[in-house]
Unconditional design. Structure first.
Length: 203
């Protein structure tokens, strides 16, 4: 399956930092609902690997990545850890999260792991014209809504990487925004996909 070997090599290199991240998450989960309790026993596959599969899709010339609705840090924190350990090309990683408690959690992870990450405690639509190279989102909203929410972050060169579930085909059909969409099969769930969205043009 595509780029799987590369992903697991990266994960192995970053295992120490990722395990620290998981430990912090489990500690905070007792007070803040960061992930579905049913997924706590399988954080590695359900959340870490699922997020990590985006990393090989990030182009070498990408410098700025923004993660919308970061929540518990999937995929933004995972991608930041992989980028740091791999001495990646990303120079700036921005996490947007409107929930203050989740932002406090993200800040603790960033501080503990010394990650070069900026956390914005605001709503996505409040961001004013900050174009990024890579825009990510996971379990946040429909394709149409993601492109609407991200309008001030997206230009014609931005690559959007959205982790989607089983309703992906319906979301693609309902999307009215002019763009190119590539559907890539998820390596963690046969019913899930990655949408690589490029050449986004707004009316």
């Amino acid at each position: 399956m595509f780029h799987m070997k590369h992903i697991y090599t990266l994960l192995e290199q970053s295992k120490e930092e990722l395990n620290i991240y998981i430990d912090i998450l489990k500690k905070w989960q007792k007070a803040v609902n960061l992930i579905a309790p049913s997924t706590l026993s399988d954080i590695w596959n359900r959340h870490i690997v699922d997020s990590a599969q985006l990393y090989p899709l990030i182009s070498d010339n990408a410098k700025v990545l923004c993660d919308m609705g970061s929540g518990a840090g999937f995929p933004g924190i995972v991608l930041s850890i992989l980028n740091k350990k791999n001495v990646g090309h990303l120079k700036q990683i921005i996490l947007i999260e409107s929930d203050m408690k989740k932002c406090l959690f993200l800040k603790e992870v960033v501080r503990e792991l010394s990650l070069p990450v900026e956390i914005l405690n605001t709503r996505i639509e409040n961001i004013q014209h900050q174009k990024v190279d890579i825009l990510t989102a996971r379990a946040l909203s429909s394709l149409q809504n993601l492109l609407v929410l991200g309008k001030n972050l997206i230009d014609s060169q931005t690559i959007c990487l959205f982790l989607k579930g089983e309703n992906v085909d319906e979301e693609i059909q309902k999307c009215t925004i002019n763009c190119q969409i590539e559907k890539i099969k998820s390596i963690t769930n046969s019913n899930s996909s990655i949408l690589k969205v490029t050449e986004v043009l707004y009316d």
